[in-house]
Design a protein around this ligand. Structure first.
Ligand code: BES
Ligand code: ZN
Ligand code: ZN
Length: 496
């Protein structure tokens, strides 16, 4: 698809979109400006169809050579950056049904003298491309309208904004691409999406980007390094564990070092504490944190942030077998701390303990981990929100700001001091499940905190809810893998 930026609209597009606010005067003024011969009948239709330009409402005027589509933006005071993303998704979804080759988007009259052209353009591109995402490789009878097939998208901006718009749009395309990779990885069944698949993806990314290098540590090496926690979880599966370490280095001297650690359980059966049907059906998504990290790395070199970024994934599968870790076993983590395994289904935190320790040993003092860690967070925050824990207020604020800007619902929870003893074990240094009921998302975060030094700025994002959409979240997030966190992290890294 070619994106053609024009300062003035022309007759080339088969469909042309006009975003309009929920405001009768604005709608009337626009229709007058479009100057239709049969204006009266259009105003009659407007009334009959009760078009008020509510968010998501469409009004279509068909003409011989060009259809005009007014898309409702809703009320101005409720219309934010995320609304532009949603609007672009609605536009894309409309195009899927029409199957035209060219479309135009009239923005000239919105952009005039606007300060946030850059953010707006980027959000539009994200919504537009992400709405077109599909995962239908296993469906023989493909649904023709599951994606649009445009040759040209014309975007009409005012002269002043054109260049800024174009550059920001391209950045939005990168953000969407990164998100799409994470979605693909989450959607792929666990039979192929095994630790090797994650490692191969990382290797491919490193090959394609000269600023990115990768090391994949095999079982024997990881054993020598003392990662008994991670290997304890991995040993129940015939899939070999792969410990993945990606490094992005900027061209100029790095301003800082940051690590992104992703939970990479390629399938979580629960292990010997096996999950029931409803709990297991979707557990291919348990590598969602790893998918987000790989999504970020897919485009990071093109965005060129000024910091060195490490990506760490302790990939393995959690399976029951004669070799599997048992409830009551004690594992020796790389940090030296012993872990009592009381429930083999609380496996993610155990693998993360070694991943977090490993990257601190490399001298990284800023760490964000992403993990589909607890079912409890879905109970607490529902399907759309991820939970944020942070040991550092500044980092917490930055990440929340980025999430807001990128339209990824994120909500802070406390690293409650009051609960610090809840993970106490009688036979080891720590227990992998709490000895209390309630607050399961917090106690899981507190478990991780045991493996993070006090002088490290650390954030933990529990993405168990929004990693996967049971049904469409919004116009640009169809059911399936969401790619949650990719855009938030890319925005956060770009600002460092
Ligand atoms: N991978 C799950 C958490 C999960 C649940 C992710 C639902 C996505 C959707 C995790 O490993 C797990 O099983 N956690 C247990 C912990 C419990 C045994 C303390 C849980 O949440 O039930
Ligand atoms: Zn589990
Ligand atoms: Zn899990």
């Amino acid at each position: 698809m070619n994106i053609v930026f024009r300062a003035k609209e022309d007759a080339q597009a088969e469909i042309i979109f006009y975003p309009v606010l929920q405001d009768d005067k604005a709608i009337n003024a626009l229709l007058k400006k479009l100057d239709y011969e049969n204006e009266a009948s259009i105003f009659t239709r407007l009334k009959r169809e009760d078009f008020k330009a509510k968010s998501g409402q469409f009004f279509v005027i068909h003409d011989e050579e060009q259809s005009v589509v007014l898309i409702g933006r809703g009320e101005e005071k409720k219309f934010d950056l995320e609304s532009w993303r949603v609007l672009a998704g609605q536009m894309a979804n409309y195009l899927k049904k029409q199957q035209v080759k060219s479309a135009g988007l009239e923005l000239d009259y919105w952009l005039n003298n606007k300060k946030d052209v850059k953010d707006l353009a980027k959000a539009l591109a994200e919504g537009f491309y992400l709405a077109n995402y599909k995962f239908d490789k296993f469906i023989n009878k493909k649904d023709k309208i599951s994606s649009f097939d445009l040759e040209n998208l014309f975007i009409y901006t005012d002269k002043k904004s054109k260049n800024i718009f174009q550059k920001a749009w391209q950045e939005g395309v990168l953000f969407a691409q990164a998100t799409a990779l994470a979605r693909d990885l989450v959607n792929e069944p666990a039979s192929t999406m095994n630790p090797q698949f994650l490692a191969d993806t990382a290797i491919r990314i490193a090959k394609e980007n000269k600023n990115i290098s990768v090391k994949v540590l095999e079982e024997a090496e990881v054993k020598k390094m003392g990662m008994g926690a991670y290997l304890g979880i991995a040993k129940g599966s015939v899939e070999k564990p792969k410990f993945i370490h990606l490094i992005y280095k900027p061209n100029a001297k790095a301003k800082d070092k940051v690590a992104l650690v992703g939970k990479g359980i390629t399938f979580d059966s629960g292990g010997l504490n096996i999950k029931p049907f409803e709990g297991m059906i979707n557990m291919k998504i348990d590598m969602g944190g790893a998918a987000t990290v790989l999504g970020v790395f897919e485009v990071i070199a093109k965005l060129n942030p000024k910091v060195e970024v490490h990506g760490v994934i302790a990939a393995c599968e959690n399976m029951p077998s004669g070799n599997a870790v048992r409830p009551g076993d004690v594992l020796h983590s790389m940090s030296g701390q012993t872990i009592e395994i009381a429930n083999t289904d609380a496996e993610g935190r155990v693998t993360l303990a070694d991943a977090l320790h490993y990257i601190q040993q490399k001298g990284v003092k800023k760490i964000v981990d992403l993990a589909t860690l607890t079912g409890a967070v879905v109970i607490g925050l529902g399907p759309n929100y991820a939970a944020l824990f942070a040991s550092d207020d500044k980092m917490s604020k930055q990440i929340l700001d980025s999430a807001k800007k990128e339209g990824e619902p994120l909500w802070p929870l406390p690293l409650a001091k009051e609960y610090k003893d809840f993970n106490e074990s009688k036979i080891a240094d720590i227990r992998n499940i709490p000895n209390t009921r309630g607050g399961g998302t917090i106690t899981a975060a507190l478990f991780l905190k045991h493996f993070v030094a006090d002088d490290v700025a650390w954030a933990h994002i529990d993405i168990a809810g929004p990693v996967y959409a049971e049904k469409d979240f919004n116009s640009y997030t169809p059911a399936g893998g969401v790619g949650f966190g990719v855009r938030t992290l890319l925005d956060w890294l770009s600002k460092m």
